[in-house]
Design a binder for this molecule. Structure first.
Ligand code: SF4
Length: 130
């Protein structure tokens, strides 16, 4: 009998098929994965204001790093690495739920169907499996 892989967020081969009800019983494993966000996401989350729009991007990046909002910027993709908490989670995770659900970044809306390491699969874990 084939050995069942334990779900590991860093190993997409171990991920399970995503369904519409997957999130209901999950401990929000995906919200402890590193994410990259777009400029528009940072505007919607109020990290970038209208005043910043006239500044050179390098100044905005430097400020966001100083304020510990991001850890890096990838200019070739236009993506900002969102800083996680010391526990390795998203700053917006409240219990197992997103605290900014309506304004969450694009990557969070599109994962795991259109974005992510393995489309259609996610690192779901339930309270019983951790
Ligand atoms: S913004 Fe919300 S959905 Fe996205 S990683 Fe953070 S808690 Fe999860």
């Amino acid at each position: 009998m084939a050995k069942v892989l334990e779900v590991d967020k860093d190993n997409p081969k171990s991920w399970v098929k995503y369904t519409k009800t997957s999130c209901k019983t999950c401990v929000a494993t995906c919200c402890s994965m590193p994410i990259e966000v777009r400029f528009e996401d940072l505007v919607r989350l109020n990290f970038i204001t209208e005043d910043d729009l006239v500044l050179p991007l390098r100044k905005v990046v430097a400020r966001l790093k100083k304020e510990k909002v991001i850890t890096a910027y990838r200019p070739e993709k236009g993506l900002f690495a969102f800083k996680q908490t010391d526990e390795g989670k998203c700053r917006y995770l409240v219990g197992n739920r997103c605290g900014v659900y309506k304004t969450r970044p694009l990557v969070c809306r599109a994962f795991p169907i259109e974005m992510g390491w393995r489309h259609g699969f996610c690192p779901k874990k339930t309270q019983d499996s951790i």
